[in-house]
Design a binder for this molecule. Sequence first.
Ligand code: IMP
Length: 197
Amino acid sequence: MKLIIASNNAHKVSEIKAILGAYYEDIQSLREAGIDIDVDEDADTFEGNALKKAAEVFAAADADAVISDDSGLEVDALGGAPGVYSARYAGEGHDDAANNAKILEKMRDVPTEKRTCRFVSAVALVRRDKEDIVVRGAVEGRLLTAPHGDNGFGYDPLFFYEPLDKSFAELTAEEKNTVSHRKNALSALRERLEQEK
Ligand code: IMP
């Protein structure tokens, strides 16, 4: 059974390979599968974008299944923003530093107890002759007032994770992979696959 991961992000690819290796003997990233496709992530939910990406890659690929994830940060004091716009919060073509600067500025006067936020990941699995599966994972945190740590990517330096008393950018990749939103979504997916057995 061949599974294609609708991503070339090395971090996502290795995490998915580790968790779904028991269900698919051949797992390939887009690059490994020789697929070059640019999906417009224009849905207004994480689930909608994940499903759209998986379905478009499935239509273009020769595989038994395609998996994709869409993720982002929801800040309660900003009404859930940046949400599905997380990657382009500071505008198209801007980097992580610009996104982080924008969110810090918007949150400048918000007190600690109101700085609650979460990372969310929706994972979609589109399969040949089987129903689609879409699951969600999240991890709760608090938005810091300045960046802390050099690991990870995106909003990790601003995301304080209370149980480990560190920002996500102060965790090793291994530590982050045991508690992350993506890990939680992939665990939910594995449970659904187990129920089908
Ligand atoms: P995508 O799902 O790869 O398109 O990610 C969307 C955006 O959400 C990223 O560009 C980051 O800004 C943010 N994001 C998603 N997951 C994480 C994470 O684990 N750490 C930090 N930022 C994240």
